[in-house]
Design a protein around this ligand. Structure first.
Ligand code: NDP
Length: 234
């Protein structure tokens, strides 16, 4: 079955690997990008998840090309690290606006079509940071733990319509974002990871694809770690 899949922030990093995994499995995949050109072979729609009009326009484009979104992977994310004591309110807000409110914007729009179709899969990309916290990441951790309450509540709202809502949460993954964690901080994470290494985007993508599959029909409101054992037991 070829579904209409949308991956936000699918132009690079984890989102791109996820998008390619769906495309390789035969789905119709759209990705959002903000600038430049979309990756070869994927249908790209320009979208900034902090802008509701941009989100609406992107969903309209996807609908016209592939039909209403049936699988949403809300992946777009950002960081503005710094200690809270010196952090501007803007830096806190920008991260929450992208990581949490951005997820709200796309999930709201996607769920309207999914409710009509009486089928759908919503997957939020969370983070182990939601559970560990960490000095310098109050904004990021708050945004990612916000996704947990969002997903679990939305799972209740949409469950009766055969729509599942889950969070796949990576540990440290080798991407532009993951590579900003360096030195002692990186060492600390690796030492607290059972597999003693960072992960790759290709280790995240198949898990996301599974959660979106027909086989995962009874999985909802779940928090699924892809962390090499960093922070087991959340
Ligand atoms: P990257 O920095 O490599 O990519 C981030 C993606 O998000 C880019 O496609 C970027 O688009 C997009 N994005 C950022 N802001 C916006 C916005 N306002 N509107 C639309 N798109 C936006 O990060 P990763 O691939 O590593 O991260 C992907 C997700 O995984 C994020 O949610 C991140 O928090 C999460 N994660 C990552 C971990 C890691 O170690 N890498 C660990 C745990 C979670 P653009 O190219 O235009 O900037």
């Amino acid at each position: 079955m070829s579904r209409s899949v949308l991956v936000t922030g699918g132009n690079r990093g984890i989102g791109l690997a996820v998008a390619r995994a769906f495309a390789d499995a035969g789905d119709k995949v759209a990705i959002t990008y903000r600038s430049g050109e979309p990756p070869a072979g994927l249908f790209g729609v320009r979208c900034d998840v902090t802008d509701t009009d941009s989100v609406e326009a992107a969903f309209d484009e996807v609908r016209a090309q592939h039909g209403p979104v049936e699988v949403l992977v809300s992946n777009a994310g950002t960081t503005r690290d710094g200690l809270l004591v010196g952090m501007s309110e803007q830096d806190f807000f920008d991260v929450v606006n992208t990581n949490l409110l951005g997820a709200v914007r796309v999930a709201k729009r996607a769920s309207q079509d999914m409710v009509r179709a009486r089928w759908g899969r919503v997957i939020f990309i969370g983070s182990t940071t939601a559970f560990w916290g960490g000095a310098g990441v109050t904004n990021y951790a708050a945004s990612k733990s916000g996704l947990v309450g969002l997903a679990r509540s939305l799972a209740w709202e949409l469950g009766p319509r055969n729509i599942t809502v889950n969070v796949v949460y990576p540990g440290i993954i080798d991407t532009d974002m993951g590579d900003t964690i360096t030195g002692k901080a990186r060492e600390h994470v690796i030492n607290n990871t059972a597999l003693r290494r960072v992960g790759t985007v290709d280790e995240v993508a198949p898990v996301v694809r599974f959660v979106a599959s027909a086989e995962a029909s009874y999985v909802t409101g779940a928090l699924i770690p892809v962390s090499g054992g960093n922070g087991m037991g959340h």
